[in-house]
Ligand binder design. Sequence first.
Ligand SMILES: [Zn+2]
Length: 553
Amino acid sequence: MTTSRREFLYGLGALGAAAMFPIERTEPELILYNANIWTVNPRQPRAEAVAISGGRFLAIGSNDEMLPLASGGAKKVDVGGDTVLPGFIDAHNHPAEAGLDHLRMVDCDLRSIADIQAALRKRAAQTPPGQWVLGFKYDDTKTSDNRPLTLQDLDSAVPDHPVFVEHRGGHTAWLNSAALKAAKVDENTPDPPGGKYDRDPATGKLTGRVRERAKAAIETVIPRRFSRDDRREGVKLISKMLVRTGITSATDALGSPEDLLAYQDARSAGDLSVRVYCSIFHEHIDHMIQAGIRTGLGDEWVRVGFMKMICDGSISERTARLSQPYMGRPNDFGILVSTEDELYQWGRKAHAAGWQLGTHANGDVGIDTTLRVYERLNREMPRADSRFRLEHCTVINDSLVQRIHALGAIPTPFSTYVYYHGEKMKEYGAERLNNMFALRSFIDAGIRPTQASDYPPGPFEPMMALQSETTRTDMKGTVWGPKQKISLEEAVRVGTINGAYASFEEKLKGSIEPGKLADLVVLGRDPFKTDPSQVVNIPIQRTMVGGKWMYEG
Ligand SMILES: [Zn+2]
C-alpha cells in the first residue's frame, strides 16, 4: 500500500457514512456534487455526491464528504440538484437488428396514413428505380385514420418502386402492386402453409397485407445484404438512440454470431455507447459450444448472454398460447411455436455446456411448458445458480408464480406495453390483465423481474416504463390490471439492479455503489416529485457509461 493510499483510507474514518471502495487509484477524476442521488443501494439509499475513478464509482456521500477528495486534477461538476439514478438496463431488446432497420428502412411510427405516404414518397425519390422501399414500425392501431393501410395508399404514394411496410410487431406487412409483381404474387397464388395473402372478401383481389409465412416468402425476394460495416453502423446508431433515453446496458434477446461480431466491431471503433449482453439463438448454439464459448464470456462492454429459445406466440399481435381463449374469439387459444421435447433437447445441451437459458414464453400455457422443461433440467442436471430466464412471461397465475420462485427463474415482462399498446389489451380482457406484466405478483413472491422493451415491438424509453409500471394506465387514460401496480422505487429497482442480476452482473452494475461501473443518468425532473401521469415526459439531461458522458442533452 502506498503512503498516499493509506492516508486516503485513513482519512475516510472521518467521512462517517460515506461508502468507499478500496482501489489503487485513490484520486477521483470526476466528482458530481449537489445531486439528488437515488443509489438503489439499500445500505446507503440517498446521497448528494459521487466520486468517480477509472470508470467506476470510488466513493459516494454528501457534498462535504466528497468535495475534499478532489485533489489535483479532479473535475467537479455541479449537478444543480438534479436527480441521478443508476443507468437503466433493458433486459430484452433487439439492438443489432433494430439498428439495421433504422439505417435502411423508413420509420413508419407516424400518426396518419398521409404522413406515412409522405415518408415513403421521400425515400422513393432517393432510391434508384426498381429498388425496394422498406418501412418498419407501422402500427395499424396508431394512425388517426381508423383503418389499416391499403394497396391503393401505397400505390398512390410510390407507384414505381416495390414497397414493403412491416408492422411494428413483426408478424405482418403491407405491399404495393410493384412489390407483389416483383415477388410474383397475384390473385391466383395460393396461401403458403402458416401464412396468408389477404384478399378482399367481396372481390377476391389482394389487399396488399401479408401475414406470417406469406410475409416470410416475400422477404426472401427482398435483397438484404449487409456488410460487416453496415452491421457496425447499425449498432452505432441504435446504441446512440438507447443511451439518450438513460439506458446504459441492453440485452440482445435474439442474437447471432454476426450480431456478436457487430457489437465487438462497434466497440473497437469507439462506437458502442451501451453495454451489451448478447444472447445466441439456439440454431447457432452447436458452433458456439464447439468453440468453448458459454454464457459470461466477454467483458463489461460485450458479453455472451443466454441461449434463446421460443415457445409460443406474441402479445402485441395476439398469438400467445393461452389456457383461456382470446376475448370474442372462443376457439382462438394462440399458438405454440416449439414442442416441449424440442425445447428440452435444445435446452439440455446448452445447460450441460454451462449456458444460461432464456425462452420466449408469453401465454400461461407457454410459461407452463417452459417451466416444465427448466424443472426437468434442474432435476437431471442441477446447477447452483442457473438463473433460467422466462422472456416476457406475460400471463401468469399463482401456481406459475410459485414455480418460478422455487426455480429461481427470472421473468422479463414488457415494461411499456400497458402505456403504449393499451388499445390492444381489450382482446385479453380486464380480468386477465390483472395477471399480465405481473410485476406486483413477482416482487411479492420474492422474484426479480426486469425492465424489458422488446424494441422494436415496444418503446424502450425507461421513463415510459416507469410510468407504465406504476400507473398501469395507457395513453388514453384507461387502466389495465391495476392489481399489478408497483411503486416508483420498486420500478427503479426493476430497471436497474434486477437487470444486472439477470445477466449475473449484480456485483458489477445496477446501483451507485463504490466499486461498481460508473453508469448513471441525470434526469431533468425528479420522478419522485412528478405527477405519475407525467413521468414519461421527464427529459434526460445526461447519461454516463463507465465514467464518460455518452449523451449530453
Ligand atoms: Zn424479443
